[in-house]
Design a binder for this molecule. Sequence first.
Ligand code: SAM
Length: 265
Amino acid sequence: MEYEVITSAANKDVKLLRSLHERKYRKQTGWFLAEGMRICKEAISLGYAPVRLVYAAGRGDDAMVAELIAACHQNGGRAMEVAPDLLSRISRKDNPQMVIGAFSQNWQKPQVIVPQIDDLWIALDRVRDPGNLGTIMRTADAVGAKGIILIEDCTDPYSLEAVRASMGAVFNVALVKMSEADFCDFSRNWQGAIIGTALQASVDYRAADYSKPTIMLMGNEQSGLTERLRDTATQLIRMPMQGRSDSLNLAVATGVSLYEWLRER
Ligand code: SAM
């Protein structure tokens, strides 16, 4: 097999891949980075081939790397062998993974959210922390949720930090963006439950009704849910706090409520 080999940090493909650390360039290209064999293989098994693939020099004949290269080529992408220091530059890590892929983002339209029995969606109000968002994608995938609705200005699910924390779940949960006003309009016609989580709620999360198609609505890390979003909820639940902390971390609170939903399945 003939390989494309890149040795210079000034190479335009290296520059392009490095630029994907910035939201502006992810938006411009519609691409994002995913690192590591496991995540790249997971992507391919779900039907996403990398548009670009870089891998450590000398590893092109490893069976698993060869599989990724083949999937990349079959879909019209380009695979390139690079020196280890270039992998570090692209991933901005001292110990980079052996492969890094650039993939196309896959945003869904709000029309994909339909109230089917046993369907679960998670709506996040202005989530700020990429680690939280990645962890929530991972947990959403773990409980079999359909996807995540990102309300207003959220952190980017396609940032490298969020993708890393998602452990590949970014490829398996639908991602939908909505403004707060659109979510409020949408909620009026939603034939299911919207379960808001809020510290002020009086219903214990174990007493809520999870029998309908559900949207679990979670608040911002600092300020919680806005009043307007709280008003869209058909039920508001809280998780008891026994100690001195006044709230749970957003990703933990999401995990607790999603697993209560799953316990009732
Ligand atoms: N100071 C914020 C407030 O007043 O809501 C705390 C926000 S908390 C860190 C982030 C989100 O996690 C909340 O908006 C809510 O969705 C959820 N959450 C955290 N702890 C909770 C609890 N004990 N009960 C219900 N929801 C909780």
